[in-house]
Design a protein around this ligand. Structure first.
Ligand SMILES: Nc1ncnc2c1ncn2[C@@H]1O[C@H](COP(=O)(O)OP(=O)(O)O)[C@@H](O)[C@H]1O
Ligand SMILES: [Mg+2]
Length: 398
């Protein structure tokens, strides 16, 4: 569909080779033999053409070879259109739980619950979207056709609040429900989509769109696509292509825009066309201290570690300090710090190699493993500096 295609290059080379063979044969073969050979080749070519045409008309999409770059290769499920052909009798009954079981979506919700602490409004929205598609599937069984719902989405929230994780689960869910053909996710940012000179942007954007077809295109920090006031910027060209594809190919692709809420709002103000194509807005709230601690506990639990009671107190203190620091990234900061704590724990055990260690010793992170973070010493020196500054400012008694 877009840009240079190796398929067409191969065809041109093949045609050229055939032409060369015909010219060589015309010169070197006796004329009657050449005519007989050409007639046989033409008849065989016509038969092959007819057979191929008939095959492509009877075969369904799933028989065609898959595209390159597909992350998830589950090809056993049938797409929404080819799923069931027999229409149910109007008096027949169907239970949604049976349909849910058949679509095998319970696994996605279990995984969402296990992977993500809290995020209840987001999980509820995912449930709502699943219900819409589930009812759509059942209606389809009764022959009740409706246009495919628009599901382009916008995920807003601070870094590390679970946007990418939910997008991956969403891709899986929509694939299981037959909404997406492949269900893979292509992650893209401005640099993947927008070029730096004339004629560079369209092929770049189209290449990414082609990779994402059948799945989800997740555009992180989508507002960077648009640079108001920069006349040399090609972002608008990319946005125009996206708008067109979001409208015309919405049965093949789902677009999720992601980023900070306030910047996304400004982006939508300047790009109302984009706003009108987004059907669902999901807001990922920043985590509170208790949620961050619970996230840390769940992360450690999954890797068979845990915090001793003193370590948990220290970890709370660490998080309180870290939340006030620049570049705090919610659950990602929790994950990174716990990885560093695991490193300190291992180093602490390895420092006394002659000691016998129990299974519990290998699982338990101690207060020292948390307190060794440089953030505590940094906070101490900061408060010392603040204290001396305050003393200097204090008026002296005259
Ligand atoms: N609610 C949560 N519970 C547990 N882990 C979480 C939660 N939210 C995010 N994470 C973890 O934090 C990390 C960053 O999440 P991610 O989805 O990449 O965030 P974002 O895309 O919003 O920056 C991932 O390892 C993810 O599993
Ligand atoms: Mg992300």
């Amino acid at each position: 569909m877009y840009g240079f295609k190796p398929k067409y290059a191969k065809r041109s080379i093949l045609l050229l080779a055939v032409l060369v063979i015909i010219i060589v044969a015309w010169y070197y073969l006796p004329r009657p033999f050449f005519i007989m050979l050409a007639a046989t080749a033409a008849v065989l070519g016509m038969i092959a053409g007819f057979a191929r045409n008939a095959w492509s008309q009877t075969g369904d999409d799933s028989r065609r070879p898959s595209q390159a770059g597909v992350v998830r290769q589950k090809r056993d499920r049938k797409s929404r259109s080819s799923r069931r052909v027999e229409v149910l009798h109007p008096e027949a009954t169907v239970s949604l739980s049976e349909e849910r079981r058949e679509a095998d979506i319970e696994e996605v919700f279990t995984s969402l619950d296990n992977q993500l602490v809290g995020l209840l409004p987001v999980k509820k929205k995912v449930e709502e979207i699943a219900s819409l598609l589930l009812v759509d599937r059942v209606r389809h069984r009764f022959g009740l056709e409706a246009p495919r719902p628009n599901l382009h989405m916008c995920f807003t929230g601070e870094p590390g609040t679970g946007k990418t994780t939910v997008a991956l689960q969403m891709a899986d869910l929509l694939y299981r429900l037959g909404y997406l053909e492949k269900g893979h996710l292509v992650h893209a940012m401005r640099d993947d989509l927008v070029g730096e000179y004339i004629g560079h942007t369209a092929p770049k954007t189209k290449r990414i769109l082609e990779r994402a077809m059948g799945g989800v295109l997740f555009i992180d920090e989508a507002y960077y696509l648009y640079r108001p006031g920069d006349s040399k910027d090609y972002g608008q060209e990319c946005i125009d292509i996206l708008l067109q594809v979001m409208e015309n190919d919405r049965d093949k692709l789902l677009v999720i825009l992601a980023g900070y809420k306030d910047r996304m709002d400004v982006f939508f103000e300047s790009n109302p066309g984009m706003h009108s194509r987004i059907a669902h807005h999901l807001d990922f709230a920043p985590y509170k201290l208790d949620e961050l601690v619970a996230i840390g506990r769940a992360m450690l639990d999954r890797s068979a570690y845990y915090l001793s009671p003193d370590a948990e107190m220290a970890f709370r203190e660490y998080l309180t300090l870290r939340m006030a620091q620049p570049r705090f990234a919610n659950a990602r900061s929790v994950r990174n710090e716990l990885e560093r704590a695991r490193l300190r724990h291992a180093f602490r055990l390895a420092a006394e190699p002659e000691l016998d260690r129990t299974r519990d010793d290998l699982m338990r992170l101690e207060e020292a493993d948390i307190l060794a973070s440089p953030l505590f010493s940094l906070a101490e020196s900061m408060s010392a500096v603040e204290e001396s500054a305050r003393r200097l400012q204090r008026p002296t008694a005259s």
